[in-house]
Design a protein around this ligand. Sequence first.
Ligand code: F6R
Length: 618
Amino acid sequence: MCGITGYIGHREAYPIVINGLKRLEYRGYDSAGVMLFDGQEMHLSKTKGKVADLESIISKSPDKKLGSIGIGHTRWATHGVPNDVNSHPHFSQSGDLVIVHNGIIENYDTLKKELIKRGYSFKSDTDTEVLVNLIEEVKKEENCKLGKAVQLALTQVVGAYAIAVFDKTKPNEIVVARLGSPIAIGIGKDFEEFFVASDASPFIEFTKDAIYLEDEEMAIIKLERGVKVRKIKDDSLVDAKIQELQLSLEQIEKGGYDHFMLKEIYEQPKAIIDTYRGRMLADEGIIKMAGIDDHIEKFLNADRIIIVACGTSWHAGLVGEYLFEDMARVPVEVEYASEFRYRNPIITSKDVVIAISQSGETADTLAAIKLAKSKGAFVFGVCNVVGSSIARETHAGAYTHAGPEIGVASTKAFTTQITILSLIALKLAKKRGTLSQTAFHMYLQELQLIPNKVERLLQIDDHVKEIAKVYKDATNCLYLGRGFNFPVALEGALKLKEISYIHAEGYPAAEMKHGPIALIDENMPVFVIATNKGHYEKIVSNVQEIKSRNGKIIAIVTEGDIVVKEIADHVIEIPDTEEALTPLLTTVPLQLLSYHIAVMLGKNVDQPRNLAKSVTVE
Ligand code: F6R
């Protein structure tokens, strides 16, 4: 969590750093700060609140914007409450060094005690202030330059970090380092300017050339001299590759929508096409996925598939379980990465682990991958962010190609993850001979029709909005679904609670009578996914049970449904498709519903309280 930016070059640094922070606010937004160096002095501005609050404070002191070197930070608090003092950047005791940090220094307390013994005192409660003073102490002790001091200090650190450090006594360089949290370095034309950020979005309009640091690497970025990447452990030089960025400015802007979340919901038809483009040739009956094709024996010989993920990605994993078991007849277990990594799981070299993550940076998922690899399992990643830590840590993988997802509530990531999992399930089913040729071809044709059907669903947005109006003041909601749509019920409930702060629970519909039914009265809206496939009669009975207890029923049904329509208070119709593919459709109205409720309640849809887009701490 937390976003960091930096600039060193010939332009005014302030607009680059502050606009960069705005683009990184998805990573954390409880406080923000910048340091600008005007050639003589460092000017620090920081505050509790959002980047916009920081901007309005700085607008009153134009001298604090001056300089062509700057670093900035947007925070998601770990150590120390969000307040002005704990906000980054942090100065060292002498005032010569300044740092921004994303991550957690786990042994900060021990280091702090040692530094206090050596005469250091601390203004904040943060681990970051400990780190900058540790660097200062090493620099003094070893009488070395900033780069060496950072390297030596980091060998004493336990934890995770992405840092950018500046030394006003050597004002021609910024030193950055990474372990567990990302750092991208943008290389300006002719090495005349450099950009630093947690991802490439802050500098996309300035350069397409970037270096992504690997874990345990640091870089000394020197004006007119370029970038030197070294290993933190042994100080050896690394031949870092400059990559060409594929990201465009348009992709990271709202494009006329009020919120990123809405834009991303509406992008789903295209995102799903981009996910299967070049991989699925529906008319020829072919699925080509290099990450699977190159390792097909691993998949075919696997005793089981274990899916690890968190949050919405975990819900996609649950849909994956239904897909793999139903189509390819492979046993699947779906695990919360955070539980898996600590519960001493049984993993063997005959297991295939699929790790799902939009950001590719989720700390628990990353740790689960490392654990599975250490036990000999083959690990396949399903990520959205190209070049992310999880994409690099896995043996093979497939990108979802959904494009940047900036709204904190995940939407298009979910449907594109399900699309990838459908392709893998179908591919394995074909190889294993568990699906007839006819069924295989039919699924491909149906999958090809999904983007169009999502498009049609988006056209009933006004109807969904009307329903949102009716239920916006609810304090509790229940979401029910069966089979493939049980995970969608969980996802629908998660979407509502995270952006509207209304308590919601998702349940397998039949489990209702084992407890949650006690909650149902005339004030309880129950969202039921009741499409015409699978266990339709059973879910109709569940709907009756709710009705007879006066619950309010909002049902998602297949177009043309008569039975549920008669009982429910409201219905939302989805186009007909194969049962296994219904999650790609039933999810969409639930996303829209949560969105409209949150907007009507005046909530910050794209940046809900206490959350961050990339959960890079455990
Ligand atoms: C919910 C949401 C989170 C993420 C979870 C995993 O809308 O966004 O639950 O799904 O933090 O994140 P990734 O997929 O980046 O690993």
